[in-house]
Design a protein around this ligand. Structure first.
Ligand code: SF4
Ligand code: SF4
Length: 289
């Protein structure tokens, strides 16, 4: 079973538009939405949730006010300044090191796991979907991405799927690392701007570091022919194929407002470009070792 991750150096490049169109075009696959911080693939795939399970983050200190005698010992030993006078524990700062639990004479502090989000197994018109939601400000996004991928692998085994399509997160952080580890192919979606080129270089560096074979697609390539040519030349110099170029097309937004991937909506120029891109990517994915 092969795995493809679609990533971009930053948000707003059209990564999810490509992922949603691939979801509609590909056969016998499982979908994994690993953009757990700002997930929006589900808006285009209309999932029916079949199972939801809590996602637990790391342990944090919890105070039992009834037992506390306000001796201040816990505050004095907390090197992360996670305890204010009172005492009051500031969860956002607590690393769960547990030192405060060791010094408390009243056993008034314990460590507990907090629910940081939820993991979902869903059905969509395009196939099974593994996705998740991280609570705002919650830690553990990399671990949640790994949990989504594990769930997708289980779904793929259950359904006998040929491959897993992963909508990765933007940027180059731990979530991207978790989305790229062990996949067969990565598709980077970029745009013809100077910042797009810069972001492409950064995310390519991450993919190369993990030894993942990479293809590139330039979205809205016709908005700046000069920058698009510069990206093409840059990729050629590195031996990285530019497998597709998608024109600016208002039908993409229209399709998304209607709740569909553009290829499901009509045969606009962008939809045709997405189809051509998928053919190239699918071919490469079949050959990837
Ligand atoms: S568990 Fe560690 S970081 Fe958290 S409040 Fe206690 S001493 Fe501070
Ligand atoms: S060490 Fe225990 S008893 Fe003392 S202030 Fe902290 S929680 Fe309260």
């Amino acid at each position: 079973m092969k795995q493809l991750t679609i990533i971009s150096g930053k948000g707003g490049t059209g990564k999810t538009a490509v992922a949603a169109s691939f979801a509609a075009l590909a056969e016998n696959k499982v979908l994994a939405d690993c953009d757990v911080d700002a997930s929006n693939l589900h808006l285009l795939l209309q999932p029916q949730i079949e199972r939801e399970e809590p996602f637990y983050g790391m342990e944090v200190a919890v105070l039992d006010e009834q037992r506390c005698v306000e001796c201040d010992a816990c505050r004095e030993v907390c090197r992360y300044r996670a305890i204010r006078q009172g005492p009051v524990i500031m969860e956002m700062r607590c690393t769960g090191c547990g030192v405060c639990t060791l010094v408390c004479p009243e056993e008034a502090i314990s460590l507990e796991r907090r629910v940081n989000g939820a993991l979902y197994r869903s059905r969509t018109p395009y196939g099974p979907l593994a996705h998740a939601r991280l609570l705002p400000g919650a830690e553990g996004s990399g671990r949640l991405v790994t949990a989504v991928r594990l769930l997708a692998e289980n779904l793929a085994a259950e359904w006998g799927a040929d491959f897993i399509l992963i909508d990765g997160p933007p940027g180059i952080g731990c979530m991207v690392t978790a989305s790229l580890t062990g996949v067969d192919l990565a598709l980077i979606v970029t745009e013809p701007t100077l910042s797009g080129r810069h972001d492409l270089e950064r995310v390519l560096g991450v993919a190369c570091h993990f030894g993942v074979e990479t293809l590139v697609c330039i979205n809205k390539y016709d908005l700046n022919a000069q920058n698009a040519a510069a990206i093409r030349d840059y990729c050629t110099s590195l031996g990285i194929p530019v497998s597709g170029e998608i024109p600016f097309d208002r039908r993409v937004t229209e399709a998304h407002v209607a709740g569909y991937p553009v290829v499901h909506y009509d045969s606009s120029p962008a939809a045709q470009a997405m189809e051509n891109l998928w053919e190239q990517v699918a071919e490469r994915l079949k050959e990837a070792s």
